[in-house]
Design a protein around this ligand. Structure first.
Ligand code: HEM
Length: 377
């Protein structure tokens, strides 16, 4: 007990982190994440800070159930699948813009940062040239870049102001019978479950939530996937020989190099987890990244293995009622990326040290990831 760190949305230099328990092994992390009655996702530090609080991620039941029902319908896997052609086109264009064959390319600076932001901009019907803004808003909120509290605050204000106006515009167009671009924002506006819909305020905050929850984690995931291809040439070869192996590569990359390392909960009652006597009101840091390396669940955890029988148990999308809603979208972006890389390039080689970001423990991802894409001869 006593670990202090910043939840997403809070600001180093402004907010004061609370001392928390640290939960590391698989069973304990699962016990905390599963027991949403004893461990709340409401984050008083974030509620008191100037950052907008997130939808779902920071809601408990019963509010969570209501919101999740509507969001799950708006985000249903079949509608996400229908986005495949658009995501393929965005991934191919992003490679055209940023990759140069046979020369070192730092994939973090451009492709990995920009593809998820371009996908979000497309899903929200935003002008394509706002892709950098989406990237800045997500990075500002998620702590993984060393930027000042003033800049973080400015990004939050910019994002909320934009979405407030944008959602209004979309609602007006839909009420006039038009179909404005932006499949996800339109689904947030239209989706109805048992006569219940999201309010204007909730739609705005859902746009903010999808931006910050979906852009940066996916950027880090794509970078980690490309690092696997560059650093384990045998895995790349396995994929080249048999693209059906992608599913196994995707899951093991989530376990081996999962982006979210740690999320907080707050105990709602006195409870014992492992050897820790946790008191009501105590903060608990759940290390999903450590659970993925628990040798009792994943033997020989430091070896990248494609044949793990329990590959689905990796925790990188969380566990329980808060399990990631955007997982099918993240998977779509990863599949597009891998498929187009395989089609275009013969080999991916490491071209310089992979440097892990060390600004925050929140995400395990690369700050710099230089590789060379060898063209097909
Ligand atoms: C590889 C990429 C991604 C990873 C590793 C990831 C990881 C996670 C994790 C660990 C949680 C659980 C949070 C908790 O337990 O407190 C979560 C929740 C969530 N994620 Fe993702 N995420 C990714 C991509 C996305 C995308 C692309 C979107 C949307 C566009 C998204 C939207 C959400 C939302 C809305 C929640 C809250 C769900 C709830 O509380 O019911 N995520 N994500």
């Amino acid at each position: 007990f006593g670990y202090r760190d910043f939840p997403p949305g809070t600001m180093p230099g402004v907010d004061e982190p609370k001392p928390s328990w640290v939960v590391l092994n698989f069973d304990d992390v699962a016990a905390v994440a599963w027991d949403h009655d004893s461990f709340s996702s409401r984050d008083s530090l974030q509620e008191e800070s100037s950052a907008p609080s997130l939808m779902l991620v920071n809601h408990d039941r019963p509010e969570h159930t209501r919101l999740r029902k509507i969001a799950a319908k708006a985000f249903q896997p079949s509608s996400i699948k229908s986005l495949a052609p658009a995501v393929d086109a965005l991934a191919a264009n992003c490679m055209d813009d940023f990759f140069v064959t046979d020369q070192p390319v730092d994939v973090m600076a451009d492709y990995c940062a920009m593809l998820p932001s371009r996908v979000m901009a497309y899903l929200f019907g935003m002008p394509a040239e706002m892709d950098r803004d989406v990237n800045n808003w997500a990075t500002g909120f998620m702590l993984s870049a060393d930027i000042s509290p003033q800049e973080r605050q400015a990004y939050n204000v910019q994002a909320m102001t934009f979405f407030e106006q944008h959602v209004k515009k979309q609602i007006d167009l839909i009420e006039k019978g038009e179909e404005p671009p932006g499949p996800l924002i339109n689904a947030f506006i239209r989706t109805e479950v048992d006569g219940d819909r999201l309010s204007y305020e909730e739609i705005v905050r859902f746009c903010m939530t999808a931006t910050v929850a979906g852009a940066e984690t996916t950027s880090f995931y794509l970078g980690n996937l490309i690092a696997v291809f560059a650093d384990f040439p045998e895995i790349w070869q396995t994929f080249v020989d048999d693209p059906k192996q992608f599913d196994a590569i995707y899951k093991e990359t989530l376990r081996f190099h999962g982006p979210p390392q740690r999320l907080f909960r707050v105990a709602t009652r006195d409870i014992t987890i492992g050897s820790a006597d946790i008191k009501r009101g105590d903060w608990v840091a759940c290390f999903f990244g450590a659970a993925n390396y628990d040798p009792d669940t994943f033997p020989d955890p430091y070896t990248f293995q494609l044949n793990r029988k329990n590959a689905n148990r990796q925790m990188s999308f969380g566990y329980g009622i808060h399990r990631c809603l955007g997982a099918p979208l993240a998977q779509l972006e990863a599949e597009s990326t891998a498929r187009i890389l395989r089609y275009r390039y013969a080999q991916i080689e490491r071209a310089g040290d992979a440097v892990w970001q060390d600004v925050s423990l929140l995400n395990h991802g690369l700050a710099s990831n230089p590789v060379i894409f060898r063209g097909r001869t």
